[in-house]
Design a protein around this ligand. Structure first.
Ligand SMILES: [Zn+2]
Length: 272
C-alpha cells in the first residue's frame, strides 16, 4: 500500500555533514556541504556518508562489509534470527517477536524521531515507525540498507529513512533524537565508548537508549570459553553487565536497567 508520504521525494533536511555538521543542500544526485565542500552521493534515496573504502579498513570488522551485503537477503528469514537467538539466548528464552517487543518496551511510548544504529534492513526501525514516530536508520552495509528500503516500500512503511554512515561520525545535529536503538552491534564497534558518546550527542536529555548485545552468560554460546575467545579474536567484544554500565556512565548516560538472557544482554539507559 502506498501512502502520500511514501510517494513524495525524500526529505534530507534532517541530515548534516558528518565531517563538520554543516547544512547540506541537494545538488543533483548528491548532498553538498557548502562549509567543508564534501559531496555525499544519494542512490535510490539513500545518502552515503562513508567516503573511505571499508574493504581496505584497518578495522577487521569493517572489512567484512561485503559479507553483510550478502547476509542482507536472509537476515530476517527463518535461517538467521531464530537460529542466532537460539544459539545465544538459549533454548526457548527469547523469540524474534519477543526481542522486537523488548526493544519497543525499552524505548517506551516515545513520539518524535528515533535513531536506529546499525539498523541492518530496518529490522527494528520498520516495526517501530509510525505516523508520530519517524525512524532514521544508519548502517555501513549498502546491501542491508537497500533491502530495508525495499521491505519498507513493500510493507507501506513510509516513516523510515535510511543512510549509510558510521556510528563514530553520525550525520545528525546535537540533541535531535527522542530515543535510540543499538541492537546487535555495540560489540562490533572498535571503540564502544566513542560510539556511545556519539549516539549520546544526538539524543535529547532524558531520551532512552535501548541496547542489545552479548555477554558471557550462564546459557547460550558464550558460556563456552573457546567460543568467547574465538569471538574476541575476530574483533568482537563481549561485555559484562558492570562493564557496559560503566561505559554508559562514562559517556553521559544514567538510569540503567540490564537484563541477561543466556548470552544476550539488554540494557536500557537514559541520556543524562
Ligand atoms: Zn561539511
Amino acid at each position: 500500500m502506498m501512502d502520500k508520504a511514501n510517494s513524495s521525494a525524500p526529505d534530507f533536511s534532517f541530515y548534516v555533514c558528518p565531517q563538520c555538521r554543516g547544512t547540506l543542500a541537494v545538488a543533483g544526485a548528491t548532498l553538498h556541504c557548502s562549509a567543508c565542500r564534501h559531496n555525499y552521493p544519494v542512490q535510490h534515496g539513500i545518502p552515503d556518508f562513508i567516503s573511505e573504502d571499508l574493504t581496505q579498513s584497518t578495522n577487521p570488522v569493517l572489512r567484512q562489509v561485503k559479507w553483510l551485503d550478502l547476509l542482507a537477503r536472509v537476515y530476517e528469514s527463518k535461517v538467521w534470527y531464530p537460529v542466532v537467538l537460539r544459539l545465544f539466548a538459549g533454548r526457548g528464552q527469547l523469540s524474534f517477536a519477543g526481542l522486537i517487543n523488548l526493544v519497543q518496551e525499552m524505548i517506551g511510548p516515545v513520539n518524535g524521531v528515533v535513531l536506529d544504529v546499525a539498523c541492518g534492513p530496518g529490522t527494528y526501525g520498520r516495526r517501530i515507525a509510525s505516523l508520530s514516530r519517524r525512524v532514521y536508520g544508519i548502517d555501513i552495509s549498502r546491501g542491508m540498507l537497500e533491502q530495508g528500503a525495499a521491505y519498507a516500500r513493500r510493507e507501506g512503511v513510509s516513516n523510515v529513512q535510511f543512510s549509510r554512515a558510521q556510528v563514530e561520525t553520525l550525520p545528525f545535529r546535537d540533541a535531535v533524537f527522542d530515543a535510540a536503538i543499538c541492537s546487535g552491534s555495540l560489540h562490533l564497534f572498535q571503540d564502544a565508548g566513542r560510539a556511545l558518546a556519539e549516539i549520546g550527542r544526538t539524543l535529547k536529555p532524558g531520551a532512552p537508549l535501548a541496547i542489545v548485545t552479548f555477554t558471557a552468560g550462564r546459557e547460550g554460546l558464550f558460556r563456552f570459553p573457546r567460543v568467547l575467545q574465538w569471538a574476541r579474536s575476530r574483533g568482537g567484544h563481549v561485555f559484562s553487565v558492570s562493564e557496559l554500565e560503566s561505559l554508559l556512565k562514562e559517556n553521559g548516560f544514567a538510569g540503567y536497567k540490564s537484563t541477561v538472557y543466556g548470552s544476550l544482554l539488554t540494557c536500557r539507559a537514559q541520556k543524562s
